[in-house]
Structures are given as C-alpha cells and as structure tokens.
Design a protein around this ligand. Structure first.
Ligand SMILES: [Zn+2]
Length: 453
C-alpha cells in the first residue's frame, strides 16, 4: 500500500507471489491477507534465475532449449553454409548473452553450446553426419585473424563479467555497490578484497577474480590524488612505480601513501630510510626526472581509464576483441580480404576453406582415415591436394590461362593458394574497376572450378 501510494502503481496481487527467505512464520496467513500466493526459490525474475546456485548447469537449460528451438524452426536443408554462419553470428551467439551478463558460463555449458553451433555450421541438419573441415578453435577466431567470427563464449563471458568490475569502480556509492563493499570490504579505493571463502560467494568471487586482468588494461587518471596510491597503482606512463623503481621503493618510508599525501605545493614529499650510496644517486635522479613529468593534482576525483579505446570507457565488445587476439598464430595473413569482396557469403566461405586448405580433397579425406588412392580427380597424374586441384592441375591451369588471357594479365601462378590470394591483396578494393580487378577474377574462377569438382 505504501508502494502504491508513493509510486502510483497498482500491484496485481492475483498474479504476485511471496517468496520466504529462510524461515518466515505465518507465511500463508500473510499471503492470504495480501491476496498473493506463496512461492518457493529458485524462480525466474525478468528471465533471470533468482535464488539458484549461480554455478549450477540447470539454470542454463533454458538457453540451450532456446537454441535448439531456433534450430528446429529454421529450414536448415535450404540454407547454404554462408546462411548458417549468418544465423549463428546474429542469433545463436546472442542467445546466451543475457544470462552471461550476470552469470559466469560453466565450461560444460560452453561445450554443449559449441556442439550445437558446430554441428549447425558444418552440417546444418542435426541428424546428418559430415566432416568438420576446420578445427573449432580456429573457427571461433575473429575474421581478421583467420576465423569465421563466431563468438568465443568463454572470452565473451569474461568480458561481460569485467563490465561489473568496471561498474563497481564507478558506482560503488550506489546500493548494489554498497552491499558488495560491506560484504567483502575494500582492498583499496577501487576494488573489494579478494574473495577466498568457498561458501555462498561464488558469483562475486568469479567476478572479482578478473580484477587483475582489468587492472592491467587500465590506468588511473589522477585528479585530486586521493584515491591513487603512489607506488601501487598504475597512474604514470612508465608503469606501476613499485615495479619500475623497485630499488627506490625499498628505500622509502610510507609505501602505501596516496598521491595526495605525497604531493605538496612545493613538489613531491619523499621520505627515505637512509642516505643514498654513490651508485644509487643516478637512479634516484632518473626517478625524480620521471616524476617531474607529472603536471600536479587538480580538482576532481581520480578515475579509472580503460586503455582499450580512445574514450577510456570499458566496452564489452572492444574488450572481447582485445582478449580474442592473444591466441592467434596466423595473424600475418590478410584474412580480411576474403570477406571484403562483394560476392555471396557462401563463396567467401569456400575461399576461406581454400585458404585453410580444408576442402574435401582426396588428401584431406585420407588424413581423416579414409582408405583411398590419392590421385587427382581431373588429371589422374598426381596427388589431389587443394593447391594442385585449384591452381596447378593441367585442367585448372588451362582454365586460369583462358581467364587471364581474356583480361590481358600476365601472371605466374604461385605454389600455394594462400600465396596467390595474398599476392592479390589490395586489388579487391578496386573490385568495380574491371581492368585491375584481380581479386574479382579470382573469385569467379574459384566458383567455376567448384562446379567442375
Ligand atoms: Zn590434377
């Protein structure tokens, strides 16, 4: 009634439930007075599980069911691999995001969702068996790094969890921040203490465990210097003072002081334990030189500055891209050109498979354990590999000659498909200019050959 009086909103008790937390006496009586019913936890609130164990796999069942329902509705037999990839990137990848924005995704759930997405990509139909042509860890890389841009759920989950840490550093005066602060206590001006107890704290514990990662991606912009510890925080462009000038750090008193405590109107106030030895003087001079670059404190609060973008504000997408780079080995090859050219998506994917040398040639089938005689399907002269079939086979080479002659291009075919593609890098940006449209000719050539095979 108080709520109705203040907000002007009417509570529909007929549709409402009362949930007791621990033992609440006379629950049924209360419910009958108000007109609602007594419910029990766990339940769903705004689509999120309430009162459930955040690490349990069951809370993810609805997400997995949703994915499977979507798949059942799509007419997979009519979709090309390009169409399926688009559906994965736009629909399937987005389904778990809402849940992941609060709950860390368990490894078992990632495995199940990966299996669903992987099977859908490679054979569409669930029952149909087929080959997975490229290993999944490559597929879930960004297109720029040689993958298909399918979301890496573990990294996506980490980025979404880090968002909470970021919010905590900015919003710890709000109610949720105050609750967390009271429960776990502050470690410094930015974060709570690390959570070590194993019981009932798993959610904040998993979020808090990402702090060191976020901290390395961020710097502190000093204003009044009250929140920033001189030696321990990353505020100077040289890095964390304690790490860069460890020898001097060991010489000073008051190692926990903030910048505000150490900065006076005359400059820095540093108290050393003893006098310097001769060999230490130069080092101290270097240190003071670096310190002189600091413009001084000013009005306003110190704040965290995320280094992942120019505005200094943490963004989940940008953080995902940064963390998704680290496991790349084949970064140098210009993968992006495959996706830049305006051709049907399924053609781009086929060229991607060629660049990975992963189409189902006899050689690749044999590497998957099939007993076959490796001879080219067209010329019957040599082993059937991607590079032979699509570049050097006499039949294919003849086709290339016709196309190149028609366009008046003198060209020596390199040994590998990747070399041919990368030597055409840049030409694809002129795809509309027919006289120099090498990239475009190549794609068309590939299409023709695909039909022959
Ligand atoms: Zn051949």
């Amino acid at each position: 009634m108080l709520f109705e009086g203040i907000s002007g909103l009417y509570i529909n008790w007929g549709k409402s439930f009362l949930y007791p937390i621990n033992d609440v006496p006379h629950m049924n009586l209360l419910a009958s007075i108000l007109g609602g019913e007594v419910g029990s936890l766990p339940t769903l609130y705004l689509g999120m599980p309430l009162g459930a164990n955040s690490k349990s796999i069951e809370i993810w069942d609805t997400v997995i069911e949703k994915c499977e329902k979507k798949l059942a509705r799509w007419k997979t037999q009519y979709l090309s691999r390009g169409g399926r990839l688009t559906l994965i990137n736009t629909v399937l990848d987005a389904l778990p995001t809402y849940m992941m924005s609060l709950f860390p995704i368990p490894a078992g759930v990632i495995k199940r969702l990966d299996r669903i997405r992987r099977n859908f990509l490679w054979h569409g139909d669930k029952e149909k068996k087929g080959y997975h042509l490229v290993k999944w860890s490559s597929v879930i890389c960004a297109k720029k790094w040689g993958g298909l841009g399918i979301k890496n759920l573990k990294i996506q989950s980490t980025a979404l969890m880090m968002k909470w840490l970021w919010k905590f550093t900015k919003e710890n005066h709000l109610l949720w921040g105050r609750v967390i602060k009271a429960k776990y206590e502050q470690e410094d001006s930015w974060m709570t203490k690390e959570v070590n107890t194993p019981y009932w704290v798993s959610l904040w514990r998993s979020i808090r465990s990402l702090w060191s990662e976020l901290k390395t991606q961020s710097r502190i912009k000093v204003a009044n210097g009250n929140k920033t510890r001189f030696w321990k925080d990353n505020w100077h462009e040289v890095g964390i003072m304690e790490l860069v000038f460890l020898d001097i750090f060991n010489l000073v008193l008051h190692q926990q002081n903030t910048i505000a405590e150490m900065r006076t109107c005359d400059g820095w106030s540093l108290n050393f334990r003893r006098h310097f030895n001769d060999w230490e003087v130069q080092r101290v001079a270097d240190f003071l030189n670096k310190l002189n670059q600091f413009p001084g404190v000013q009005a306003g609060e110190d704040h965290l500055w995320w280094q992942g973008n120019s505005k200094g504000i943490f963004k989940v997408n940008a953080a995902y891209k940064i963390m998704n780079q680290s496991n790349q080995q084949i970064a140098n090859w210009p993968w992006k050109q495959i996706w830049r050219i305006k051709v049907p998506h399924k053609v781009s994917i086929f060229v991607w498979l060629l660049a990975k040398e992963a189409t189902l040639t006899v050689d690749n089938l044999m590497s998957r354990g099939m007993t076959l005689y490796s001879r080219c399907f067209l010329c019957k002269e040599t082993a059937e590999t991607d590079n032979h079939l699509f570049l050097h086979c006499p039949f294919t080479a003849h086709l290339w000659r016709i196309i190149l002659n028609l366009k008046g291009i003198a060209w020596t075919m390199p040994g590998k498909i990747t070399e041919a593609l990368s030597s055409w890098e840049g030409t694809c940006s002129h795809a509309k200019d027919r006289s120099s449209g090498g990239g475009r000719i190549f794609i068309k050539g590939v299409q023709k050959k695909k039909l022959i095979t």
